[in-house]
Design a protein around this ligand. Structure first.
Ligand code: NDP
Length: 259
C-alpha cells in the first residue's frame, strides 16, 4: 500500500535532483515517527514505513507535508524478505537514489528464559533481528555512495534485567550486524552505526509496566527523566547529517547516563 504526498512543493531548499531520500522503518509511531519528522525538517524526502497502522503512518506523512516537506508511506513487514525488497523498490521508483536508511521498527515482550517462552523468543528474534538483517542487507545493496545506515539497538543490553532475555539477545545481535556491515561496506563511503536509547516515552516502553516500574526506570539515569523520541531523533539526525560523516561502526548510547 502506498500513499504519496501530492502537494506541489516548489519552495524547498534543494532542487529535485539533489534532495536526499531517507527510508525510516517503523516510522508510524514512537521514535521512528520523531526521526521521520526530524529528517524531513532537515531536507530529506522521507519514506514512512509501518507494519499495520496505516492511519498513523498517514498522519506522519500529512505532518511532513504540512511543514513543507515530502513524504510517502509504505506498508512492509520488516521480517518478510519480499516486503523489504518492495519497500526499497517503491522508494527508488518514487524518489530515485536512497541516501539514508534508519531502521527503527521493533517490538518488545518481556519473557523469562524458560522452555515455555520459545514462541515469544521466536517472535522477538523474527522482528528485531531477522528484520534488522533484511533491512541492513537491502540498504547495503541499494544505498548510493556516501550513504548512511543507522539501526536502533537498546541501552538495556548493559543492564541484563530479568525478563529481557529475548529482547537483549536480538539487540545484541543488531549491534553485531552493524559492526560487521561497516566492514563489509569498505570502499563505498557508507557509514553504518547503531543508536542505543535508554527508556524512551513510547508505547513500546509503557506497555505492560506498572506506574511504579515506570517511575523507577525513569529515575535510573542521572538525568532523572525518560528520554523523549526527539532526544533520539537528534542523535540520528547527527549521524545521517553532514557533521556525522566520520562516525562509523559505532554504537551511540543515547540514554541520559542510564547505562
Ligand atoms: P513503538 O512501539 O512506539 O513503535 C514501533 C514501530 O515499529 C511502529 O511504527 C510499528 O508499526 C513498527 N513495527 C513494529 N513491527 C514491525 C514490523 N514487523 N515491520 C515494520 N514495522 C514494524 O516503538 P519505539 O518507537 O519505542 O521503538 C523504536 C525502536 O527503538 C525499536 O527498535 C526499539 O526496540 C528501540 N528502543 C526503544 C526504546 C524505548 O524505551 N521506547 C529503548 C531502546 C530501544 P505499526 O505502527 O504499523 O505497528
Amino acid at each position: 500500500m502506498i500513499s504519496k504526498d501530492t502537494s506541489n512543493n516548489t519552495d524547498t531548499a534543494h532542487s529535485e535532483a539533489t534532495v536526499p531520500t531517507a527510508i525510516v522503518t517503523g516510522a508510524s509511531r514512537g521514535i521512528g515517527r520523531a526521526i521521520a519528522l526530524r529528517l524531513a525538517a532537515d531536507g530529506f524526502r522521507v519514506v514512512v514505513n509501518y507494519a499495520g497502522n496505516a492511519a498513523s503512518a498517514r498522519d506522519v506523512v500529512d505532518a511532513i507535508s504540512a511543514a513543507g516537506g515530502q513524504a510517502m508511506s509504505v506498508q512492509a513487514d520488516v521480517s518478510v524478505a519480499e516486503d523489504v525488497q518492495r519497500l526499497f523498490a517503491m522508494t527508488q521508483q518514487a524518489y530515485g537514489q536512497i541516501s539514508a536508511v534508519v531502521h527503527s521498527a521493533g517490538m518488545m515482550t518481556m519473557n523469562a528464559i524458560a522452555p515455555e517462552n520459545i514462541d515469544a523468543f521466536d517472535r522477538v528474534i523474527q522482528t528485531n533481528l531477522r528484520g534488522a538483517f533484511l533491512v541492513l542487507g537491502q540498504a547495503a545493496a541499494d544505498l548510493q555512495t556516501g550513504g548512511r545506515i543507522v539501526a536502533l539497538s537498546s541501552s538495556v543490553i548493559a543492564k541484563s534485567f530479568p525478563q529481557y532475555g529475548p529482547y537483549i539477545a536480538a539487540k545484541a545481535g543488531v549491534e553485531g550486524l552493524v559492526r560487521v556491515l561497516a566492514n563489509e561496506l569498505r570502499g563505498r563511503s557508507v557509514t553504518v552505526n547503531a543508536v542505543a536509547p535508554g527508556p524512551v516515552a513510547t508505547e513500546l516502553f509503557f506497555e505492560g509496566k506498572s506506574k511504579e516500574q515506570i517511575t523507577q526506570l525513569s529515575k535510573l539515569a542521572p538525568l532523572e527523566r525518560l528520554g523523549q523520541p526527539e532526544d533520539i531523533a537528534n542523535v540520528v539526525a547527527f549521524l545521517v547529517g553532514a557533521d556525522g560523516g566520520w562516525v562509523n561502526g559505532q554504537v551511540v548510547r543515547a540514554n541520559g547516563g542510564f547505562a
